[in-house]
Design a protein around this ligand. Structure first.
Ligand code: GLN
Length: 480
């Protein structure tokens, strides 16, 4: 299996030409797209031209750019100037981006080649990729199943060999969940690590651009390329971004969420135990912990997410951006008609709830959720005084079959039960496959204190190196 860093090295050593790598991805797109539907906009022709230009000039290949010449894909809620930016919504079906997102620009500056824009749940609201206005994405490992969401197309494109890595956005798990469902590595960076300029806002206090890759070292390489302060995003920070890591966790203390507190399928608990056992052999210390606050994460998230989303999506009124040219008598009626026709049901439900939370429900629903959020963050920060990393599941089960109704309850949560805590507390987290059930990957997740991504990579590299053989065999699907 070749990962993005491996391809970058092969290109520099002239073992493979950039245009060959692009042609392989384009061929995979031609073969797989009719079933997988990972892409909303195909840029493979532009990629071919860019590859040829790069080969002719050779300039980028001389520089120390580990990912130069590597084909990648971008979730269609991240702006690329002049290219359609749909957020998988009818509202923006014809909209073209006016500028390029900083994180994406940094990858392009590093010589990466964009193969296209990928499918998602409409406006990144979802966990299965099925709410896209343009139709669902299928999981390349089993076409009957979802690829996860909301970065469904990004995960599917990498898993199907249509690109070597992909960007997604993660506000409540949207990078980690699809990565886990597709047997890949998904990274949520610390809030502020990566600029949000050019990412369509969803939950402004939680949104981060993350990456879906085939290996842990790819995750570190992509993060290093796109991270850093951006004058255009006041919440972005200056932080060292050298992730020279080794799979050495000898000094680490690891906390594992007590399986007794976790409501998940047996395969998830088994995989968590196996990962804990392995980390125990390599780390200084490993202990099980219980954290009452963690259990509330998804219900807190569901209030704050809807509140912030309702405010952020108010700009899509059908007049300023995109729209459906709805006919209506006056301006108020026009706004209402655009909302009714431009958004799918899930988006309408969420923004209407969000408006309620920020008006009648402000004191009774919104403020208590904000308070609970900061309590959860404090509890997690306290945990990180005692340990370096926390180990927990990514999802309750393997990727569900398409069309399975979403389940959620206050007690056990739903698809986002294990991913939302990191976003609420603005912490970095990584998901990667470590088990197999019914031929599908089962993931585990590691969470760290702010800006401790290097620790995530080190422990994830230990898990990756010692993953069960079935996982490694699955990875062989991605050959070049
Ligand atoms: N699944 C979550 C939701 O539906 C997360 C979405 C996201 O991270 N963009 O809100």
């Amino acid at each position: 299996m070749m990962d993005a860093v491996g391809l970058g090295q092969a290109i520099k050593r002239k073992k493979i030409r950039i245009s060959e790598a692009v042609a392989l991805c384009a061929e995979a797109m031609r073969q797989k797209e009719p079933q997988v539907h990972a892409f909303l906009t195909d840029l493979s022709e532009e990629a071919r031209t860019q590859a040829e230009q790069m080969e002719r000039s050779g300039a980028l290949l001389q520089a120390d750019l580990p990912l130069a010449g590597v084909p990648f894909a971008v979730k269609d809620n991240i702006s690329l100037q002049g290219v359609r930016l749909t957020c998988a919504s009818r509202m923006l079906a014809q909209y073209r981006a006016a500028y390029t997102a900083t994180a994406l620009q940094r990858l392009l500056d590093g010589g990466c080649i964009c193969m296209g824009k990928t499918n998602l749940d409409e406006f990144a609201f979802g966990s299965t990729g099925e709410s896209s206005y343009f139709g669902p994405t299928s999981n390349p490992l089993d076409l009957r199943r979802v690829a996860g969401g909301s970065s469904s197309g990004s995960a599917a494109a990498v898993a199907a060999g249509e690109c070597f890595f992909a960007l997604g956005s993660d506000s409540g798990g949207s990078v980690r969940l699809p990565a886990a469902y597709c047997g890949l590595v998904g990274l949520l960076p610390t809030y502020g690590r990566v600029s949000r300029y050019g990412l369509v806002a969803h939950v402004s206090s939680m949104d981060q651009i993350g990456c879906i890759t085939r290996s842990v070292r790819d995750s570190a390489a992509v993060l290093a390329q796109m991270a850093g302060k951006d004058p255009r995003d006041a919440t972005s920070v200056t932080a060292p971004k050298q992730f020279a890591f080794s799979a050495d966790i000898r000094d680490y203390r690891i906390g594992v969420w007590d399986p007794e507190e976790i409501g998940a399928e047996a395969c998830v608990l088994r995989t968590l135990q196996a990962a804990a056992q392995l980390l125990k052999e390599h780390a200084a210390d490993l202990a099980y912990f219980r954290l009452e606050e963690l259990k509330n994460a998804e219900s807190i998230y569901r209030v704050i997410e809807r509140a912030e989303a309702s405010s952020n999506l108010a700009r899509f009124d059908g007049i300023k951006y995109g729209g459906t040219k709805a006919k209506a008598g006056n301006l108020a009626a026009r706004y209402a008609a655009e909302e009714e026709q431009g958004f799918g049901q899930e988006v309408k439900d969420r923004i209407r709830r969000g408006r309620y939370y920020l008006s009648e429900g402000y004191e009774t629903v919104y403020l208590p959720a904000v308070e609970a959020r900061w309590k959860l963050q404090a509890a997690l920060m306290e945990a990180f005084r005692h340990c370096d990393l926390l180990l927990l599941p990514v999802s309750k089960d393997i990727a569900p079959l398409k069309g399975t109704p979403a389940e959620y309850s206050e007690e056990t949560g739903g698809a986002d039960a294990f991913t939302t805590a990191a976003n609420l507390a603005q912490l970095p987290a990584i998901a990667l496959p470590f088990g197999v059930q019914d031929g599908m990957p089962v993931g585990v997740q590691l969470m760290a204190a702010p800006f401790c991504e290097a620790k995530l990579f080190a422990a994830a590299a230990v898990l990756e190196k010692n993953a069960p053989n079935e996982i490694k065999r699955k990875e062989n699907v991605h050959t070049i």
